[in-house]
Design a binder for this molecule. Structure first.
Ligand code: FES
Length: 147
C-alpha cells in the first residue's frame, strides 16, 4: 500500500509499487484530466505537480514517492478560477485540447518559479508537446496570467 495526498485528500493505493503515477491517478483515483500521450516522458500530457514541482507522471513509480503531495489539473482550482485557466479561456488556447491539462500544470510550475517570465522563459520552461501547434496561444496565455 502507498499513501499520498492527492488534491488535498488522503489517498491509499493498493497497487504494485512500480505502477506509474499516471495510471494510479487515472485508474484508481479516476482523475482523468491527466492524460496519457507517449508514455516515455517526452510529450508532457501526463504532467502533474509532486510537492509543487511539475513532473511527467508516466515516469514516476508510486513506490518512489510515498508521502508526497500531488496536484492534478482537477486540484488546481475548484471552479476554473486559477489565473492560468482564465487566461487559457480568454486566449482560446485549446484546439483538440488533449495536451492542455499538462500544459497548464507545466505553466503553473513555471509561474511559481518565474512569476514574470520572458518569451524565452516560456519557450524554454514549458517543454510539453502540442500536435495542434497551439504554442503561440499558450505563450500569450501564460504571459497574460503572469500580469
Ligand atoms: Fe508522460 Fe508523454 S505520457 S510524457
Amino acid at each position: 500500500m502507498t499513501r499520498f495526498t492527492v488534491n488535498n485528500n488522503p489517498v491509499e493505493y493498493q497497487l504494485p509499487p512500480d505502477t506509474p503515477l499516471l495510471w494510479a491517478l487515472r485508474d484508481a483515483s479516476n482523475l482523468t484530466g491527466t492524460k496519457y500521450g507517449c508514455g516515455i516522458g517526452i510529450c508532457g500530457a501526463c504532467t502533474v505537480h509532486i510537492d509543487g514541482v511539475a513532473q511527467r507522471s508516466c515516469q514516476v513509480r508510486i513506490g518512489d514517492i510515498e508521502g508526497t503531495f500531488i496536484t492534478t489539473i482537477e486540484g488546481l482550482s475548484d471552479d476554473r478560477s486559477h489565473p492560468l485557466q482564465q487566461a487559457w479561456i480568454a486566449e482560446n488556447v485549446p484546439q483538440c485540447g488533449y495536451c492542455q491539462p499538462g500544459m497548464i500544470m507545466a505553466a503553473a510550475s513555471l509561474l511559481k518559479e518565474t512569476p514574470n517570465p520572458s518569451d524565452a522563459d516560456v519557450k524554454n520552461g514549458i517543454t510539453n508537446l502540442c500536435r495542434c501547434g497551439t504554442y503561440p496561444r499558450i505563450k500569450k496565455a501564460v504571459l497574460r496570467a503572469a500580469k
